[in-house]
Ligand binder design. Structure first.
Ligand code: G3I
Length: 305
């Protein structure tokens, strides 16, 4: 196979990219997306502020542009994300507990119903744990007003809304074994023990010199898989260049392939110029859509050429 999507498919995986509706009018962007990728995540367009900017008033137009494009190409769609403290409209933060619970469940239900049966995986809850050594929950309107139970409530509501979507918990700095990933692990283990519906854990995998690919990356993916959930690499990017960056990318792909329940990889953008890391070069294509050494390393690790 000579594309990322086709090579990954031969390994039983998808290979996806985060996509912005802004760029869908750019011919080279779309050509690269269509040629290389088998899955799409909306970079911003399916977040709460984009979809429900005022209470009960939904705007799916930009999200649907991405969704429709992906479906027209036969790609999977990852839904990102239903419950997150960031890119949350102000009206949500201002609600009291009872209204907030209603609003959260309504948002999940209405968004998932709009795409019912058509989404591969949903990031139901994103980034609910603190960084650092405490293993504690992050302060957010949901955590502060609804308490720890908001996460399982969100997952139960999501299962009822679309039983065909895989339901994921997604976070960053959980890629290796550390206090934060231990806290997520404990939550997932508890969910599985009590029958709270969860199907997958997303490891964002935003790597840079201060936060390199952990040496126990594969072992960490495997311990989650051993709980009985799929694992996905959901937002991969690696700051760097040349052969060093290529080597890191190859290691990430090999770690996923070594874990049978690691079902797919998504990179967080297509050309470097559109990365959220504005001054960096963390992706697989340069600003002119040329394949970088990192691309070759990924394709080769996937068994393609
Ligand atoms: O929508 C407004 C637009 O109206 C305004 O004119 C423009 C001016 O700056 O800003 C636009 O919002 C920006 C938005 O992206 C859409 O382009 C925000 O300023 C900007 O902060 C936002 O950044 C996104 C970031 O999430 C916000 O948290 C990045 O594109 C996106 O890549 C990034 O993605 C997150 C994942 O969702 C979760 N994990 C971490 C990852 C990287 O931060």
């Amino acid at each position: 196979a000579d594309t990322l999507g086709a090579a990954a498919a031969e390994k039983g995986r998808y290979f996806g990219a985060a996509v912005s509706a802004n760029h869908l009018g750019e011919a080279q962007y779309v050509a690269t997306l269509n040629r290389e990728f088998s899955s799409v995540t909306a970079e911003n367009e399916m977040k709460w502020d984009a979809l429900e900017p005022s209470r009960g008033s939904f705007n799916f137009s930009r999200a649907d542009q991405i969704f429709d494009h992906a479906k027209s190409q036969g790609m999977d769609v990852r839904g990102h994300t239903l419950v997150w403290h960031s890119q949350l409209p102000n009206w949500v933060s201002q609600l009291g507990a009872s209204d907030l619970r209603t609003a959260m469940n309504s948002h999940i239900t209405q968004v998932m119903t709009h795409y019912k049966g058509e989404i591969h995986s949903w990031d139901v809850v994103n980034e609910a744990f603190q960084d650092g050594g405490s293993g504690a929950r992050r302060s957010s309107p949901f955590q502060d007003k609804l308490g720890d139970g908001f996460i399982e409530e969100a997952f139960r509501t999501a299962r009822a809304a679309d039983p065909n979507a895989k339901l994921c918990y997604n976070d960053y700095n959980t890629d290796g074994v550390n206090a934060k990933s231990n806290a997520v692990y404990t939550m997932v283990r508890d969910f599985k023990a009590r029958g709270v519906p969860i199907d997958c854990v997303g490891f964002q995998s935003h790597f840079n010199p201060n936060s390199p690919v952990p040496s126990d990356y594969q072992a960490n993916l495997q311990r989650f898989a051993d709980l009985g959930v799929d694992v996905q690499i959901t937002e991969l990017d690696i700051e760097g260049s040349g052969q060093a960056q290529a080597a890191d990318y190859g290691n990430v792909v090999r770690a996923c392939l070594a874990v049978s329940r690691c079902t797919g990889i998504t990179v967080w953008g297509i050309p470097d110029k559109y990365s959220w890391r504005a001054s960096g070069t963390p992706l697989l294509f340069d600003d002119n859509y040329n394949k970088k050494p990192a691309y070759d390393a990924v394709l080769s690790a996937l068994g393609g050429a």
